[in-house]
Design a protein around this ligand. Sequence first.
Ligand code: ZN
Length: 284
Amino acid sequence: MALATLKDVLAKREDARAVGAFSTYDLFSAQGVIQGAEKENLPVIVMMGAPVLAKPGNEYIAKNLVSLAEEAKVPVVVFLDHAKDYATCLKAMKLGFSAVMIDGSHFSLEENIHLTAKVVETAQHLGISVEGELGALAGLEDGEEVKNSKMTDPTKVRQFVENTGIDALAVSIGNAHGLYKGEPNLNFDTLRQCEQASPIPLVLHGGTGLTQEQFALAVQCGIKKINIGTEIKKSYIEAFVATQGQNPAAYDLIGIPQACKEAVSGVAAEKLRFFAADWAKFIN
Ligand SMILES: [Zn+2]
């Protein structure tokens, strides 16, 4: 019985630590993430992207996530990532998710507020947390490309949070989805201004490819949730290919998924530990 909400797991403002949020795609990636969290005895956020949930039959994976969370030894948030509309959020809420992200960042500020507030109204009745996004991230989100990225405007943060009632806010400060082209360049001044303006925890998307120093500075500046997607996929696929390559004639569909699970577990454990405490070693 460990299904938790964002409110349950995200640290308070004065408590400088972040919780890892990891994209999952099937039973094995989800089990790997939760196993990593149990190994570290830390709370975790297991995410399913809206484009993943939209695939035929994948609502059964969603139901698996909820069951796994309920039986986990640590608090687990089951989180819908980057829903673009109300109906997708409602679908996830009905499936038992404990948190949803409504991403209205492609709309005008007014439209974003309107859509996000509508999701919050429903979610609050059900005790479900909501994450919103202000500014837009570059890159691919589970196969969907964002064409026009824009930085979060710190002067709009308080208005957005107060008019929507969200529990957490994703910011755009130079971070991007997928693999970075060249060195990622984060604007920590903008992040500090957003943090000053925001009465709720801030979220950093696009964690794959950031340096340990950048993660550390982000946590020091007040980031409370860090999303990791690509690194989960990379570890899973690399383990799959390597294990298959060891004995190609075996087509070992019993052993290969277990190897993938272990690889994902290792990534999740290392990141969770870093975001919770180890980051401080990288602050000069
Ligand atoms: Zn994202």
